[in-house]
Write a protein that binds this ligand. Sequence first.
Ligand SMILES: [Ca+2]
Length: 470
Amino acid sequence: MSVTSPHTSRRSRWKIALGSALGAALIAVPLTIPASAAVPPPPSGWTTVFTDDFTGAAGSLPSSANWIIDTGHAYPGGPANWGTGEIQNYTANPANLAQDGAGNLRITPLRDGAGNWTSARIETQRTNFKPPAGGALRIEGRIQMPNVTGAAALGYWPAFWALGSPYRGNYWNWPAVGEFDIMENVNGINTVWGVLHCGVNPGGPCDETTGLVGSRTCPGASCQSAFHTYTFEWDTSVSPNVFRWLVDGQQFHSVGQNQVDATTWANMTNHAGYFVLLNVAIGGAFPNNNSGTTAPGPGIVPGHPMLVDYVTVLTRGGGTTPTTPTTTTASPGGGSAYGTIQAESYGQAAGIAKQATSDSGGGQNIGPAGNGDWALYPGIDFGTQTGRQFQARVASGAAGGVSGLVEVRLDSRSNPPVGSFAVANTGGWQSWRTIPANISGVTGKHDVYLTFTSGQPADFVSVNWFTFTS
Ligand SMILES: [Ca+2]
């Protein structure tokens, strides 16, 4: 998925086949590949860092601890039509997005009686998927594309992909932050496209808005008629470093570090990492350019889901970098989660300074903060309503390529974050913006920790205040 301007060059691989295909009878063909499989154990030397097997109850949404559900026609403040010209409205309706009770997630495009399209798009809460230093990262999904071809498929655009973490909350820094299209497909063609987007748009080292593209037909059964395993690897254990794209274990595309300039490579690899997305778009630049028509075509048939058996992320090699913060004094804290919580009101903190803020409202902010720093706000009350979003007022004068995560954890710094967002330079250490992030539903009273995580040693964020909404 190119996220800003329309693709211009991925065109004319396929012409609409009107006629004979339309008259063909529907024939039920038994699947020879299991519809759902357990996530395979990590190969020797690899460690699983994220996995979702989508084994929830039929009709249930995917885990909110793992996934953010994107809705509407754009990110708040982001490019219209998700930057691609796609026409559908994304929803959190189980008709568009649900586990099937048989081990798969289904993303189903639908069209209502007025001709309006809906579908779904999700992205991982985590934005820090990257290889450990000197190691490798693997992002893998077992997916069956919407099982529809020909004129009935003209306008379908399923995708399994990843975006650089600084995109979240900014939305205007593409393609410098990097985009890995692990699996893209349009118009029901028996082809998987793998794409790297990077650098500047248009043109640049990644030939935007096309990107650096590889493709092939699916091995064995078609991409549409069967599950296939789509894999992306980022290998820093070899020189030059390399990105690889595979389908069913067969490599079909690669881009080496020596194929782009050093600054471009650094800008897409030196931030906190990537988040993973799954969606089925309808219409937009890629299906248009590929067909030479305006998608969706008149013969499109809604209701064919993309099935996702699992998504898993693995790393190999490198070492972990434990953080060993030191604490300062405690205070009683308390207060409502839904009021404005001044960042400098923390009870305990590590690596945090208070300073006068020039943000509206004045007072103080905390920071700059960097990897391993944290602040504790004890006894924050979410009450009986369910807190589902976190917003923080942040600023960053971090150097180019430096970014990190602002994370919310409850009751212990060793608990996994309930939500997070990525921050890179906002224009200066007193250039403030409010960034939202979903959190998994929270009720009751908790000790709230803000924790700061980055792959770089430099400080990356200051915080003026934060709040929660239900
Ligand atoms: Ca599964």
